[in-house]
Design a protein around this ligand. Sequence first.
Ligand code: NI
Length: 171
Amino acid sequence: MARLPILRYPDPRLHSVARPVAGVDERVRRLVDDMLETMYASDGVGLAATQVDVHERVIVMDTSEQHDRPLVLINPEILKRSEEMAVNEEGCLSVPLIYDRVERPARVTVRALGRDGQPFELEAEGLTAVCVQHEMDHLMGKVFVEYLSLLKRDRIRTKMLKKTRDELRGK
Ligand code: NI
């Protein structure tokens, strides 16, 4: 397994729309394993392939308390969204150290293929529902800061560009 570099907002590649995975083969399983390693190493609860510059519909997540229940969603589709909405604070490995409130359906039912290529359905609520919707947005080229006001988004963009510049200078 290998740790993959994570694209940082406002990298334009984060706005690519991912294509469906044609078949769950060795290559896809290796991608899934590398994404899981990258997510755990970064203390994240979710990672979309888009964030590691692979534009295919693959998500990994782990919203368990002990971080010992990896969840893999390949070609995920939302079957049902609750009318009830919930506001939660979100963060993103592509937007480090920025957290803000986003409103989304409180519960969703998702169908996807697992790492073994077998279809399954997931009824998600709470953090898992937030995470699956956040990661599925990534596959459509959408980053959570796009739910925030233009003013906030501009501030975040400036902050991220400065952070990247400082890191390149070794500050
Ligand atoms: Ni994210």
